[in-house]
Design a protein around this ligand. Sequence first.
Ligand SMILES: Nc1ncnc2c1ncn2[C@@H]1O[C@H](COP(=O)(O)OP(=O)(O)OP(=O)(O)O)[C@@H](O)[C@H]1O
Ligand SMILES: [Mg+2]
Length: 153
Amino acid sequence: MKAVTVTSPEQTMQLGAKLGQLVQPGDLILLDGDLGAGKTTFSKGLAKSLGIEKTIKSPTFTLVREYQEGRIPLYHMDIYRLEDGGAEDLGLDEYFDGDGVSVVEWSEFMQALLPDNYLRITLSRTTDQDETRTIKFEPNGTHYQKLVDKLEG
Ligand SMILES: Nc1ncnc2c1ncn2[C@@H]1O[C@H](COP(=O)(O)OP(=O)(O)OP(=O)(O)O)[C@@H](O)[C@H]1O
Ligand SMILES: [Mg+2]
């Protein structure tokens, strides 16, 4: 799988849910793409399949929210507010060594803090159709390559 085209928010959630069944503690998933591309929608599907019943909201004021009630913990970050910098001082990267899966929206704003290996997922609108999105999977490292292989299977 290099890229998938989806035609509804539900399909985006389903892809997120499929990934949620495969992730392991310590995994790092980056969700990139423009405002409204569907990053949080994808995160919601992922959270649901981990068994998290609480609604995922973008953690606007806290940058990160922890959800402990699923199969493994979910650390959901949205660091859009860090576009002017400052990520270095916050220790957000400590979550990457935690016991859960980290999901980071707007990872470009903490590029310098990213480890070598992660799965980057980029969502984009490619047509004029409101609900069509292209979702691109770019694994960095063999662990994430295998994860993407499983996602395809
Ligand atoms: N195929 C699709 N996948 C995901 N969302 C879609 C799709 N089609 C339409 N939408 C709509 O687009 C919006 C996506 O919002 P969402 O909060 O997921 O985006 P986001 O990328 O997290 O934005 P932000 O950068 O503001 O956090 C929702 O209103 C959703 O219903
Ligand atoms: Mg969002």
